[in-house]
Design a protein around this ligand. Structure first.
Ligand SMILES: [Zn+2]
Length: 516
């Protein structure tokens, strides 16, 4: 099948048309040249902007699919949350919601167990905070998971009186929730992929093994089946998370390691978490948060455990990427990487998030070429949180431009923390100003240029995932993944960028989204 896309402006090119043959970009040229190739189908793009599709290099596709199926509480006041809960139909006997933030509440409003009990003490209600690192549950949930007093363990905390469930205690709730079967998992993948396609994304790094079910096997099955049946509309590079070292070595034993798979679904790096989130004050800092007593967050994984996993992964040529938000977590990870990462970092061992950092850490990251998975979308929520960070750390934190210029820094959403939205992420990278609160995030010097911001979602993303030899450019022989936008986002002003939307998304030569 030959399809000609004609009369367009093409990013970084003088050409005005593209010929797609099956899944490949067969030719790039002028509209006249391409029409001479006898296409079976012709799509007139009437002067619109055609560019490579976006890569979202760290997200949770399954979690996003589930999120889109659940009660969405983002931006809701407590009163609105109450109304939504009263109207909600329990699914498999539970009411599950996500996305609440105290920042959205009216003064004096507090979300706690008592509030949820006033809705129901019979139906389990579990609500996850916008950051994903804290939940609030009702007494029915505490009863189901067998909690009748405060629970404190390494990196985990449940407060009985308020129904707050934090960090490593969160899986206790998820494990009690009804487990989705494989059909449901595929439905989540489809739902999230369709959402991504509408935002111009056709490739992602996705961390799914533990995010919805505790066991990686049904998740792996669902992805593999969908990839073999060519049902995927987003290419997935799986960032593999495990319950323990035994489970990880069992996975390796089965012959899985980084790069096993195909262009629709491929095993990516090992994924670990070193600390929590900024919003919940669980990200590990070297000094306390301001106005929060002596709380400096905490590590969820010891340095020794991280070393053990990194060594094991390394033996199988598998990179490790580690969630590290606070500078103490970054210290811990960099110490291990300093010992275990080869010169030039050929496997792309990486830091996910890279938020609160000191100058010496940024220097080390660039020196060792540590891969960085950044989320410029976080500026929206985090710009105002910077006031809670010790002042001397602020000027070197969220150092997006420096990281982009000195190593591979690829962008993403960490969805469902923020839903995928590259166009918004590009704008936030350029302005460092929250679109929600209008708050500016220092320092000025870390604003990315427009080209850098776009490339953090395109060339850097494809490079990060080792796909830059076939994705990320409109080039003959490359896979036919591209998007059509109503404006030239490389050269338009910020107001135009804000109004720009994806008109069409093509993945593997197939139209997977069209705006109507
Ligand atoms: Zn994540």
């Amino acid at each position: 099948m030959k399809t000609a896309y004609i009369n367009c402006r093409i990013r970084n090119s003088e050409a005005t048309a593209v010929l797609v043959e099956d899944s490949i970009i067969a030719r790039v040229g002028t509209t006249e040249e391409i029409l001479k190739e006898d296409p079976e189908e012709t799509v007139d793009l009437c002067g619109m902007y055609l560019m490579p599709s976006f890569a979202d290099t760290h997200m949770h596709l399954l979690g996003t699919g589930r999120y889109l199926s659940e009660l969405i509480l983002n931006g809701s006041t407590l009163k609105q949350i109450g109304e939504k809960l009263k109207k909600a139909e329990p699914q498999n006997g539970w009411i599950i919601g996500r996305g609440y933030s105290e920042n959205d509440f009216d003064e004096g409003e507090v979300l706690n167990k008592a509030f949820l009990d006033s809705i129901s003490t019979e139906v389990p209600i579990a609500l996850t905070r916008v950051c994903g690192h804290k939940m609030t549950v009702n007494s029915k949930v505490l009863e189901i998971i067998g909690i009748s007093e405060d629970y404190i363990a390494e990196g985990a905390r449940i407060i009985f009186a308020t129904g707050a469930v934090e960090e490593n205690a969160i899986p206790m709730v998820h494990n009690a929730e009804p487990v989705p079967d494989e059909k449901m998992l595929k439905e989540y993948i489809r739902k999230a992929s369709a959402y991504c396609n509408a935002k111009g994304i056709t490739v992602c790094g996705s961390d799914d093994f533990l995010s919805v079910v505790k066991n990686y096997k049904p998740v792996l099955n669902a992805f593999e089946q969908m990839s073999f049946q060519e049902e995927m509309t987003v290419r997935v590079n799986q960032q593999c998370e495990f319950n323990d070292a035994k489970e990880f070595s069992g996975f390796l034993d089965e012959g899985y390691t980084m790069d096993v798979g195909n262009d629709f679904f491929r095993i990516g790096p090992l994924k670990m978490l070193a600390d929590g989130s900024m919003g919940a004050h669980t990200a590990a800092l070297t000094k306390p948060y301001l106005n929060d007593g002596d709380n400096a967050g905490y590590l969820c994984e010891s340095e020794d455990d991280i070393r053990l996993f990194v060594k094991l992964a390394n033996r199988f040529n598998m990179a490790t990427i580690i969630h590290a938000i606070g500078d103490k977590a970054v210290d811990t990870v960099l110490k291990v990487f300093d010992e275990e990462v080869l010169e030039g970092n050929p496997l792309h061992h990486g830091l996910v998030h890279c938020q609160i950092m000191r100058e010496d850490q940024v220097k080390k990251v660039l020196e060792k070429k540590i891969s960085c998975y950044i989320q410029t979308l976080f500026i929206d929520e985090d710009a105002q949180l910077m006031k809670q960070i010790p002042e001397d750390l602020r000027n070197t934190s969220y150092p997006y431009r420096t990281l982009f210029e000195g190593t591979i820094a690829s962008n993403g959403s960490d969805s469902p923390v923020e839903l995928p939205d590259p166009l918004r992420g590009i704008l936030l990278a350029e302005t460092r100003t929250s679109l929600k609160t209008n708050e500016f995030m220092e320092p000025e010097t870390e604003k990315m240029s427009r080209t850098q911001a776009i490339d953090s979602y395109v060339s850097a993303g494809c490079r990060q995932l080792f796909m830059d030899d076939r994705l990320g450019e409109i080039r003959e022989g490359y896979l036919a993944d591209f998007i059509v936008l109503d404006n030239d986002i490389d050269h338009c002003d910020q107001e135009t960028l804000k109004k720009t939307s994806v008109q069409m998304t093509v993945m593997n030569g197939r139209t997977v989204y069209e705006k109507h």
